[in-house]
Write a protein that binds this ligand. Structure first.
Ligand code: ACM
Ligand code: ZN
Length: 769
C-alpha cells in the first residue's frame, strides 16, 4: 500500500517537475519521466538474442525503424553480461509478465542504456514504435529518460479498406499496413468483394477476375450518376485485382508488422461482380454487367435455393482460407434486399423444406450454413450486423455498423462484437466543412468526434461489455479514387481512433491529444503522407444572448493553440488580418472569413460563414410538434441567423418526419415587421421534400391568432437534386407573437422509392424582417 502511494507521489512529482508530456500517440498507459536523456550514436548497438524466425524478423524491423528515425545504421549484436552500457537491450520476458499480456511492453530509458522488454515480439514491436515516435519527436537522436509500461485497452484495433469501388494497387496496401502498424493497430479488414469489382484471384473460377474485376470506365462521372445503361461506344474498362502471389507477400508482410488481415468475401448480396462472371448462381440466371457506379437498392443476390451456389462459395472460401491465416473470415451479409428470393421457386422451395417462415430466416439459414463450413475448417465467422436478423449461432461475431445498437443487442445475446458505427467510424464521411473538402460520402466525423468515441456502450453490464472486442474504422471508396486520397481520409483520424482503442478510457484528454498531434503532423510530413489539415479549419458559431437579443461570433478549430485570423468585410483573410482573441459582437448581416496561420502560412483555405441578422434573432421559439432527435440542432436553430447547407446533417436543419412544424416566436414585446420567410430543403433522393406550404399567423397576447398570410410550394416533389427555397409572406404587421405552420407533404409521393412512407421536411430558419 505504502509502496503504491509512494509510486503515485513519484509519478506526480516527476510529471510535475518535468512537466512536458512525452509525445506518443496512442498515449501510453503509464509514463514516469526522469531527468536526462539517452543519445543514439554511431556506437550504439541494438542487443537482441535471436533464437527463432520471429525474433530475427523483429530484429531486422527494429534495425530499420531506428535507422529511419536516426539515420544511424545501428549494429545488431547479441547481449553479453557486460555490454548493456550505452546500448539498447531488447528482451523477451522469461518468465512472462502477467500484466503485459500479448501486446504490452516496458521501456526503461536511462542516461546510459535502454531496456525494452515484452512477453512477445508483438510487444517488442510496439515498444520500437514508441522509440520511433520519441526519436521523431526529438529530432536530435535523443530519447528522454522515461519508464513506460504500456499495453492496449482493446484486442481489436482495426482499419478497413474497400478496394472494390476503387482498386488500390498492392504497393499502396503495403503502405496501408505500415500506417496501421505505426498506430499500434492490428487488424486490416480487406473488403475484397463488392458489386463494382471482384478483387481476389480465385484459381478455380478465373472469370471472377477476368469478368468481375473489370467495369465500364465512368471515372469522369459522379458515383451516383453512373446508372444509365452502358453504351456500346463505352469500351474503356476500369479495374484491377490481386494475384494470389501478391496476396501471399502482403499477408507475410502484415504478419511481420503484427497486423492480421481479415479478408471479406461478401454474400449473399453486394455480389454483382461475381454474378456478372457466373450468372448461374443468381436466382434469375440472367447476365448483368459489373456496374460502374451506384446501384440502389441492391437486389442482385446469390440463389439460396441452389445447391451449386454453396459448392461455389465453399470452393472460393477454401482458396481464401489457404491465403489468409486469420482466425476470422468476414462474409459480409449487409444490405441484402430479398425481392429475388421472394420470386425464386428454388429459394421458396428451400424455405418450405427447411421450415423457414420468411426471407430473413432464409438469410439466417444461409449464414449459418456458411458458418458451419468455416467452423469445420477451424475458422470463425464474422459479418455485418444484419446477420443478427433471423437468428444466429452465438459463436458468430458481428460488426456493428448501423450505429451501436446492433452491437449492444449482439453482446447481450452473447456474441462477440467489433464496433464500427457510422456515427464515429466511417472515415469516408466528411472530416471538415464540405465547402473546403473533396467530395465525400456525406455526414460529418471530425478528428475530435473520433477522439471522443467510446466503443463500450454504457447500457452493457460488465460481463456483456467483455464481448466488445474493440473497434475499427471503415473506408468505403466510392468517392476515394486512389491511395493518396485514402491517406487524406484516414490521417489524422486514425491517430484519434488508435488512442481510443489503445489508451485507458480514464486518460482521455482532448487537449493533450491535440497538442501531441502537432508532432504527429510533423511525422506525417516526414513520411510524405497526404494527410488532411481539416482540423485547422475555423468554424464560426453564433453565441446568442436571449436577454439582449445580440449575437457574438465565436471562432474555434480542432487544432492546438491555433493562431486564427479573420475578416468581416468579405476580403480574404491572411497572416496580417485581425487576430482572433475572444468572441466579438455583430449587429448587422455579415460574412466572417477565417483561417489558421502557422509560421506565416495559411493552414487551409478560409472558411466563410454568413451571419444573418433579423428581427427574430435569439427570440424564444416554442414548438407544438417535436422535431426528429436524429437531427439534433442547437436550441435557437430556427432563429440563430445561420442558414442550413445542402448537407442536411449539418446541425442547422430541424427535421420533421411526416409531421408539421408549428413554431411560435415570442419577441418579448410588440414589434413591427413586413416580411416572414421560412427556409426549406428538398432532396427527394433522401426522402426530404418541400412542405405543401406555410401559414403565418400573428398575435399580441399569444392566445388569439389571426392569419397574416399563406405561401404555397410550387416545386414538384419528384424534382431531383439538392434544392433550397424560402417561402415568404410579405405583409406589414405589428405583433408580439408570430406562429408559423409548415405543412409536411405527409408521405413520399407516388412513384418515389419511399411511396406511402412518411416524408421528411427540413427547416433551417424563420427570418423576420
Ligand atoms: C456497410 O456499410 N454496408 C457495412
Ligand atoms: Zn433463388
Amino acid at each position: 500500500m505504502i509502496k503504491k502511494n509512494l509510486i503515485a507521489i513519484l509519478v506526480l512529482f516527476s510529471t510535475g517537475i518535468f512537466a512536458q508530456e512525452i509525445n506518443v500517440i496512442p498515449k501510453p498507459l503509464e509514463v514516469i519521466t526522469n531527468e536526462g536523456e539517452f543519445k543514439i550514436t554511431d556506437n550504439t548497438k541494438l542487443l537482441i538474442n535471436i533464437t527463432n524466425k520471429e525474433e530475427k524478423e523483429f530484429a531486422e524491423m527494429a534495425h530499420e525503424i531506428l535507422k529511419n528515425a536516426t539515420g544511424i545504421d545501428t549494429e545488431v549484436a547479441s547481449p553479453e553480461l557486460n555490454n548493456f552500457k550505452d546500448n539498447i537491450l531488447v528482451q523477451i520476458n522469461n518468465p512472462k509478465s502477467s500484466e503485459l499480456g500479448n501486446e504490452g511492453y516496458t521501456l526503461n530509458i536511462k542516461n546510459d542504456r535502454v531496456f525494452l522488454n515484452a512477453n512477445t515480439t508483438a510487444g517488442l514491436f510496439y515498444g520500437v514504435q514508441t522509440l520511433w515516435q520519441l526519436l521523431t519527436g526529438s529530432g536530435n537522436n535523443t530519447l528522454p529518460c522515461t519508464e513506460i509500461t504500456d499495453y492496449p485497452r482493446f484486442a481489436w484495433r482495426g482499419l478497413h479498406l474497400d478496394v472494390s469501388r476503387h482498386f488500390m494497387p498492392a504497393e499502396f496496401i503495403y503502405k496501408y499496413i505500415d500506417y496501421i502498424a505505426m498506430h499500434k493497430m492490428n487488424v486490416f479488414h480487406w473488403h475484397l468483394v463488392d458489386d463494382q469489382g471482384w478483387r481476389i484471384e480465385i484459381k478455380k473460377y478465373p472469370k471472377l477476375t477476368e469478368v468481375g474485376a473489370l467495369r465500364t470506365d465512368r471515372e469522369h462521372l459522379d458515383w451516383q450518376s453512373r446508372k444509365e445503361t452502358i453504351k456500346e461506344s463505352e469500351t474503356k474498362k476500369y479495374g484491377g485485382f490481386y494475384t494470389q502471389e501478391e496476396i501471399k507477400s502482403i499477408v507475410e508482410y502484415a504478419h511481420k508488422k503484427h497486423v492480421t488481415i481479415l479478408p471479406e468475401i461478401e454474400m449473399p448480396a453486394h455480389v454483382m461482380s461475381a454474378l456478372a462472371a457466373y450468372p448461374e448462381y443468381s436466382c434469375t440466371g440472367e447476365f448483368q454487367p459489373v456496374p460502374p457506379g451506384g446501384v440502389w437498392p441492391i437486389t442482385h443476390i446469390f440463389c439460396a435455393g441452389n445447391e451449386a451456389t454453396f459448392e461455389f462459395l465453399e470452393n472460393i472460401l477454401t482458396e481464401v482460407m489457404e491465403l489468409f491465416p486469420s482466425t476470422y473470415i468476414h462474409i459480409g451479409g449487409d444490405e441484402a434486399t430479398k425481392t429475388e428470393w421472394k420470386k425464386c421457386e428454388k429459394c421458396q422451395k428451400r424455405m418450405k423444406d427447411e421450415g423457414l417462415e420468411d426471407e430473413h430466416k432464409l438469410q439466417a439459414w444461409f449464414i449459418k450454413r456458411i458458418e458451419k463450413f468455416l467452423n469445420n475448417n477451424g475458422r470463425q465467422l464474422i459479418g455485418w450486423d444484419e446477420i443478427l436478423e433471423g437468428g444466429l449461432n452465438p459463436s458468430a461475431t458481428i460488426m456493428s455498423w448501423r450505429g451501436s445498437k446492433p452491437g449492444v443487442e449482439a453482446a447481450q445475446q452473447g456474441h462477440d462484437v467489433v464496433m464500427s458505427p457510422v456515427s464515429h467510424c466511417y472515415f469516408d464521411y466528411y472530416q471538415g466543412n464540405p465547402s473546403l473538402e473533396p467530395k465525400a460520402f456525406g455526414g460529418s466525423i471530425t478528428l475530435k468526434k473520433v477522439y471522443h468515441y467510446e466503443p463500450v456502450p454504457e447500457v452493457l453490464t460488465e460481463s456483456e461489455a467483455k464481448h466488445i472486442l474493440g473497434a475499427q474504422a471503415n473506408i468505403w471508396t466510392e468517392y476515394i479514387p486512389n491511395g493518396e486520397h485514402v491517406e487524406y481520409m484516414i490521417m489524422p483520424r486514425m491517430s484519434a481512433l488508435s488512442e481510443v482503442l489503445w489508451s485507458p478510457k480514464e486518460s482521455k484528454d482532448w487537449g493533450g491529444f491535440s497538442q501531441r498531434m502537432d508532432a504527429q503532423y510533423r511525422r506525417f510530413e516526414k513520411m510524405g503522407v497526404n494527410y488532411a489539415k481539416s482540423a485547422f479549419q475555423v468554424s464560426a458559431q453564433p453565441e446568442l444572448d436571449p436577454e439582449t437579443k445580440t449575437v457574438k461570433v465565436s471562432l474555434s478549430t480542432e487544432a492546438w493553440k491555433p493562431e486564427i485570423r479573420y475578416t468581416t468585410d468579405s476580403s480574404t483573410p491572411g497572416a496580417n488580418s485581425t487576430k482572433y482573441v475572444s468572441p466579438f459582437t455583430i449587429d448587422k448581416t455579415i460574412t466572417v472569413k477565417a483561417l489558421v496561420v502557422k509560421e506565416g502560412e495559411a493552414m487551409s483555405k478560409p472558411l466563410a460563414t454568413d451571419f444573418l441578422i433579423h428581427k427574430a434573432i435569439a427570440c424564444s421559439v416554442s414548438q407544438k410538434n417535436e422535431s426528429s432527435k436524429y437531427y439534433p440542432t442547437p436550441e435557437y436553430a430556427l432563429v440563430d441567423g445561420i442558414r442550413g447547407l445542402v448537407n442536411h446533417g449539418d446541425g442547422n436543419w430541424k427535421a420533421f418526419n411526416g409531421n408539421d412544424m408549428v413554431a411560435t416566436i415570442d419577441f418579448g414585446e410588440v414589434k413591427s415587421f413586413s416580411n416572414v420567410k421560412v427556409g426549406f430543403l428538398q432532396k427527394a433522393g433522401a426522402w426530404i421534400f418541400y412542405p405543401t406550404g406555410i401559414t403565418v399567423e400573428v398575435s399580441t397576447d399569444g392566445n388569439k391568432f389571426k392569419t397574416l398570410g399563406k405561401a404555397k410550394n410550387k416545386v414538384n416533389a419528384m424534382e431531383p437534386g439538392n434544392l433550397l427555397q424560402d417561402l415568404k409572406v410579405k405583409k406589414k404587421s405589428k405583433a408580439r407573437y408570430i406562429r408559423v405552420t409548415a405543412t409536411n407533404l405527409g408521405t413520399c409521393p407516388k412513384g418515389h422509392a419511399g411511396e406511402g412512407k412518411p416524408a421528411w421536411m427540413f427547416v433551417d430558419e424563420i427570418i423576420v424582417e
